[in-house]
Design a protein around this ligand. Structure first.
Ligand SMILES: [Fe+2]
Length: 301
């Protein structure tokens, strides 16, 4: 299996982190992550896990109400050093993480820069395992993360071309395929999908026509068992939260999934069974529809 980098974690900032507890814990089926050490930004930052790693989501207090950082774990020190070189070669600032920052993230090495879509990108090595194995009563078969990172993230940006260059030339991601969907009235939805391991996309970038209130459109968790998607859908339905897209199957990655809006506005996709992308992928082509079937808007905010 080829493996360059993988999605390590995502940082979200909301005014009150505990306001997302029942959403992540009781609707999605994540479990609380490792306690943050004293050196951390604050005692109120909460973390969540979807696998054996110490943490995959950081929910920190603040006004942004959006994603504020995203971590990519390099497969080894050589890849890490190459990524640092490419950030410098691109003329972007590269901040070295100190011991306190590494401890807060439970990683061995950390550098950061800011992506053109406005979110800090942290490049790390050695994301630690949690002390306890992953076990979620609501997600009995667990999530698919081995060798493919914890899921995928999708950001919307007006700096579309610049963001594409950053993803490909700096992070070294490869474009898997792209979406160009006619929305009528001269509007076209354009989304580019990128891989860095066998997951069809670890990152996708949507071309925003203007600055949107949130850069983070959604974060996706992939279950090992198809039935766990159905059970999560039932919980989302019972929660009363908006369901922007009911059950359906994406055209490009083939994933069976649904989308629920979090209390903070950004969405979470819970899915299963996406196609995998081999190292010699040659399927980079345009799609003209998001879904082969389903994903109907079920319940609006
Ligand atoms: Fe997605």
């Amino acid at each position: 299996m080829y493996h360059h980098i993988e999605l390590a974690y995502l940082g979200i900032q909301v005014p009150e982190p505990t306001a997302l507890n029942s959403f992540f814990g009781e609707v999605i089926g994540l479990v609380p992550g490792e306690a943050i050490s004293k050196e951390d930004p604050g005692p109120d930052t909460l973390t969540w896990r979807d696998d054996r790693k110490a943490h995959r989501l950081f929910v920190e207090p603040g006004a942004a109400n959006d994603a504020t950082f995203v971590g990519f774990e390099a497969a080894d020190d050589t890849v890490f050093d190459e990524l640092c070189d490419r950030v410098r070669a691109a003329g972007a600032e590269l901040a070295e993480g100190d011991a306190a920052e590494c401890a807060a993230r439970h990683v061995e090495r950390l550098v950061s820069t800011t992506a053109p879509w406005g979110v800090r990108v942290e490049i790390v090595t050695g994301l630690a395992d949690a002390a306890a194995p992953f076990e979620s009563a609501l997600m009995p078969a667990g999530f698919h993360t081995d060798g493919v990172g914890f899921g995928h993230v999708v950001f919307a940006t007006t700096a579309f071309d610049e963001s594409h260059r950053f993803a490909v030339e700096v992070l070294g991601l490869q474009q898997t395929d792209w979406l160009e969907m006619d929305l009528g009235g001269g509007m076209v939805l354009e989304v580019r999908f990128y891989h860095c391991n066998e997951r069809h996309h670890t990152l996708a970038l949507a071309h925003a026509p203007f600055d949107l209130p949130q850069t983070l459109h959604h974060v996706m968790f992939e279950t090992n068992d198809r039935d766990d998607v159905g059970a999560a859908f039932d919980r989302a339905w019972t929660s009363g939260l908006p369901i922007p897209n009911g059950l359906g199957r994406h055209d490009n990655d083939g994933m069976f999934s649904f989308y629920v809006a979090s209390p903070a506005g950004f969405q979470v996709e819970v899915g299963h069974g996406a196609k995998t992308v081999p190292g010699d992928w040659d399927g980079n082509r345009a799609y003209d529809q998001i879904s082969a079937w389903g994903h109907q808007p079920l319940r609006q905010a």
